[in-house]
Write a protein that binds this ligand. Sequence first.
Ligand SMILES: [Zn+2]
Length: 267
Amino acid sequence: MRYIEPHGHMVSRTTDDYEAMIIAGCRAVCEPAFWAGYDRSGPEGFYDYFCQLTDYEPKRAAKFGLPHFTWLCINPKESEDTTLAAEVISLIPKFLDRPNVLGIGEIGLNKNTRNELKVLEQHIDLAARHDQLILVHTPHLEDKFKGTRLILDALLADSRIKPDRCIIDHVEEHTIQMVLDAGFWAGITLYPESKTTPARAVDMFEVYGGQRVWLNSACDWGRSDPLAVPKTAIEMRRRGHSEETIDKLVFQNPIRFLGQNPRFTVR
Ligand SMILES: [Zn+2]
């Protein structure tokens, strides 16, 4: 088996995880900027984090032969403070030409507040001005349906944004349809307890197809499984899906989306 992990917060994972991913067939890992488990006290904390994502972590991954890519932003959970958000957004352009940066993400909404929406629009503008791909985090279950609608409307309201250059992550059964209907890519996140289990992910694949869909583990410092993507591939195999179908979903699809940025190459 070969697969891409398109959404893993590797700064929170151990070297054992890197090793296990390589053994399972991982060919590249992509790490969106996110909440660190605590609120950072100022823009300097983000500056250091962006250095970690673009310098230290790719070197750590390279020791295991794994290409590491990243996405940059201030995550929605910390964007309630619009002054801090503006300062962080102004730091991002100087990192955009680092060789492992794929785009702006994971932006989006957390509690669907007015300030979060304002910062989301600023990120969309940043992506449009620099012609960047976009990776979107959608809120947790209680706010997901409304939040996903608000995010899609914000993206569609900006005529510079092309939906097929944006992936809306953490879709579930009640949001995947609206994402695909509007022309965006949909990310299905596999978690042991929240978001989606491997079985539910395969159900969604069987109902909606895999034309513009990827799978990811979103592994971080919480309960999560860096091998969730290959485990879901095994669930597909168990249900009789062909090796070609599985390869398309877990390997070729992420390459189709991410390859829109020529920096993303996989051997
Ligand atoms: Zn994430």
